[in-house]
Design a protein around this ligand. Structure first.
Ligand SMILES: C[S@@+](CC[C@H](N)C(=O)[O-])C[C@H]1O[C@@H](n2cnc3c(N)ncnc32)[C@H](O)[C@@H]1O
Length: 324
């Protein structure tokens, strides 16, 4: 069962620009460390973010990896301080690329979290099907979300994020439950490999920001790792996605963004969410399959000879005459 509790928020709801304990939506225009320093210990239930990856995007200065990790460690330490004992931190990252060689940022960041006493619960693979085409390595088609908790007594709500079973009609075939349906009628655990389209060119959520994450990705984390009324923080807010996911499900949302044009964009999108006009891709919609949809572009336009390469894997090898 999914909640869609917007009753806490309506179009007249205030979007504050400073944190105070009574605010329910805060877009802080500035450095996340300053926002975090204004927040009390153990006040957050969920921190979810996608930090700069240090790959030279317009909003970041490419730093030596050690310096980047040092900067991240200051933010992470403040997130841990402000996290409630039942809370979670989700850090969504990709690769740092150094002259064509990749360094997975989750691996580089892991020691920072574990040295602060956090415990990793999942390393979620977020698989998307589109992106840059590489010519000297396989094209990157996933990023990860590393999920940590502060203690062993943490919030984890599985039911709101269950997904449809592959074989809902399956039954126990032996034992005392033989003949009864074996699957949970609420659906199955979504697992740790999530196939969700990324926000690229014709995605309904695309803005001018170069690396937004999709609202549905964060909705799943908000629903499973926090309860209604809880406080959700995104220290690197970008276009406001985490706050949108939070308020859509009746949580309070806070974030910091250092670039003024993205602060404006975040405020606009949050306002649209409260007015009910923000267009987003719905959670759990199956990924578009062009061939299944009959899209004419999915038909191979070139001749038979080239298209044969697509069937190579299906060809039977010839091992010579077989004796029966
Ligand atoms: C990877 S993007 C996050 C995008 C976001 N997840 C979304 O869906 O729009 C990282 C963002 O962090 C912002 N940023 C970088 N350093 C910051 C800092 N010290 N404090 C606050 N925001 C910062 C960047 O301007 C950028 O918009």
């Amino acid at each position: 069962m999914k909640t869609k509790n917007q009753s806490l928020f309506n179009q007249d709801h205030k979007i504050a620009d400073k944190f105070t304990p009574s605010e329910t939506i805060v877009v802080y225009p500035g450095d996340c460390l300053n926002l975090l320093k204004s927040m009390p210990d153990e006040s957050l239930q969920l921190v979810v973010t996608s930090p700069p990856y240090n790959i030279g995007k317009e909003y970041e200065k490419k730093l030596h990896l050690d310096l980047y990790l040092q900067q991240q460690s200051h933010v992470i330490a403040e997130c841990v301080r402000t996290l409630s004992p039942k809370g979670s931190i989700c850090w969504q990252v990709g690769n740092y690329v150094d002259r064509g060689a990749i360094i997975p940022l989750d691996a580089a960041l892991y020691p920072i979290f574990s040295d602060l006493g956090l415990r990793m619960r999942n390393r979620i693979i977020w698989h998307f099907e589109h992106g840059l085409h590489c010519s000297r390595r396989f094209s990157g088609r996933y990023e990860t979300i590393i999920w940590f908790t502060k203690t062993d007594d943490y919030v984890f709500n599985l039911d709101p994020v269950r997904v449809p079973q592959k074989y809902p009609g399956k039954k126990y075939f032996k034992g005392p439950k033989a003949g009864q349906y074996s699957s949970n009628p609420l659906g199955k655990n979504p697992g740790d490999l999530w196939v969700i389209p990324n926000v690229k060119s014709n995605h309904v959520e695309k803005t001018e920001h170069p690396c937004q994450f999709p609202v549905e990705l964060i909705e799943r984390l908000v629903l499973s790792l926090s309860n209604e009324g809880d406080l959700v923080l995104d220290p690197f807010l970008g276009t406001g996605t985490s706050i949108i996911a939070a308020i859509r499900h009746g949580r309070r949302g806070i974030g910091a963004e250092i670039v003024p044009k993205y602060v404006e964009l975040a405020r606009e999108r949050i306002q649209q969410e409260m007015e009910g006009t923000l267009r987003t891709r719905p959670m759990d919609r199956p990924v578009y399959d062009p061939a299944e949809a009959g899209n004419s572009l999915s038909v191979v336009p070139w001749g038979k000879r080239e298209s044969e390469q697509m069937t190579l894997l299906e060809k039977r090898p010839n091992y010579g005459k077989r004796r029966r």
